[in-house]
Write a protein that binds this ligand. Structure first.
Ligand code: AMP
Ligand code: GLY
Length: 423
């Protein structure tokens, strides 16, 4: 089989690595890819939003399966373009990717179908939102409706902050058109957990759980980022929580989408808050998480190509999904200054150390290859993942492996997985 992967981050590197394990696969292409993905795939210089060029490429190379890693192309309808040309593609169509593409849509869906989530109101108009805040309880959460690189969520402690937030989102359009509508919702407290799942339109198979660390600094301080590290599984995601989520969240979401005529095939990523009153959905994503994929996929035993195909064919009920009974931790190595401003172009050393080490992985995010070798080329540069027999061992291994890599401006959090100690 020939597989095309669309995307260029650490998540797509993890997907490419996992696809490469499948005995069915002879050749992998990645568009646009990165310097690390090149180890498994031929990278082609077509951007993820160039749907027609991608489809033409897939036809020319007789690609058997295309896998889309990123949210923008999914929400923009890449799957519809591929399907219209008779190409096999893994991911939700545009009318289903709206589950991630519009927070107002997803909140209304949850309300209509009784899926547990924070209380909320949607607004199309800044004045109405400002008026609503006058009687609201604080802290309160403001969310731009559309995609905003994970940055469109503001947690406001005071009425003043919240009013400024509404103006930023709706009047100043800090997140662009994503802020033409917004959701204002109740602030929830508890442990956060991410559960990624495969969906074939009817059946849903959750993967193992994970937890992300979104803030830039140790102790969850500093700005929000795309994600500074992850661990899997979450010790807080108990059997009881899993049973509840399967019954009241996972299957009901898939059934709700089908009932709305928006059959969902692909990945649903549930961002959950485990509150004192039970699990609540914070958000849905329509793709693998980054860096969640970097801890979940190394633990997956099942051939991922079989699972992708079953999702497309509607036969996921016949797949026996298995994960290793161990743990993994991913520490993101970033450029100092991320997520604001940072220098790039520094040579990276130590990548070869990972080659012959079982259970250790280095997934490239922002890297490039030039005459100096592999150099830094982004805010999040690499994800260093290590497995271990349990979370503590995995964390120790990951922080050991972090030392193997060096580049100027290397920055990482020292407390990825610290929550494990409280379990
Ligand atoms: P989202 O993009 O919706 O996942 O939001 C980003 C982050 O904001 C989440 O991972 C949470 O840490 C936080 N967040 C979102 N919604 C809420 C909420 N209702 N209560 C508390 N924190 C929230
Ligand atoms: N790590 C969070 C996300 O991929 O949205």
């Amino acid at each position: 089989m020939k597989v095309l992967i669309v995307g260029s981050g650490g998540r797509e590197h993890a997907i490419a690595w996992k696809v490469a394990q499948s005995p069915k696969v002879d050749k992998i292409y990645c568009a646009p890819g990165n310097a690390g993905i090149e180890e498994y795939a031929e990278c082609v210089n077509i951007k993820a939003m160039e749907f027609e060029r991608l489809a033409a490429f897939a036809k020319e190379k007789e690609i058997d399966l295309t896998v889309v890693g990123m949210d923008d192309p999914l929400v923009g309808g890449i799957v519809d373009v591929f399907e219209a040309q008779g190409l096999r593609v893994f991911g939700p169509r545009r009318n289903a990717a709206i589950l991630e593409g519009s927070k107002a849509f997803s909140k209304d869906l949850m309300k209509k179908y009784g899926i547990p989530t924070a209380a909320y109101e949607n607004f199309d108009d800044a004045d109405a939102a400002l008026a609503y805040l006058e009687t609201a309880k604080f802290p309160i959460v403001l969310k731009a409706d559309g995609l905003a690189l994970g940055k469109g969520v503001l947690i406001c402690e005071t009425l003043e902050d919240a009013k400024a937030g509404v103006r930023e989102i709706m009047t100043d359009k800090k997140f662009g058109e994503a802020g033409s509508r917004m959701v204002i919702e109740e602030f929830l407290t508890g442990r956060e957990v991410s559960v990624l799942s495969f969906v074939d339109g009817k059946t849903i198979k959750p993967m193992t759980s994970a937890q992300d660390h979104k803030r830039a600094g140790d102790g969850d301080t500093g700005l929000n980022t795309g994600g500074m590290g992850t661990f899997s599984p979450s010790p807080f995601y108990t059997k009881e929580v899993d049973d509840f989520c399967r019954k009241y969240i996972y299957q009901p979401t898939v059934d709700a989408m089908a009932a709305e005529g928006r059959e969902f095939k692909g990945i649903i990523f549930f961002g959950l808050m485990l509150t004192a009153d039970g699990p609540r959905v914070l958000e849905y994503n329509a793709r693998f998480g980054d860096p969640e994929a970097q801890v979940v996929l190394p633990r997956m035993k099942t051939d991922i190509v079989d699972v992708f195909e079953a999702c497309i064919d509607g036969t996921l009920d016949q797949i026996n999904m298995e994960f290793e009974d161990n743990a993994a931790v991913c520490v993101v190595l970033a450029s100092d200054g991320y997520p604001v401003s940072y220098q790039k172009g520094f040579p990276i050393s130590g990548l070869e150390t990972f080659k012959d080490k079982d259970g250790y992985y280095v997934f490239h995010a922002g890297t490039a290859k030039n005459e100096k070798g592999i150099v830094t080329n982004g805010g999040r540069v690499l994800g260093v993942t290590a497995k271990g027999e349990d979370l503590k061992a995995a964390r120790q291994n990951a922080y050991e492996a972090v030392k193997w890599i060096d580049f100027e401006n290397k920055y990482y959090r020292n407390d990825i997985g610290k929550a494990i100690d409280e379990a």
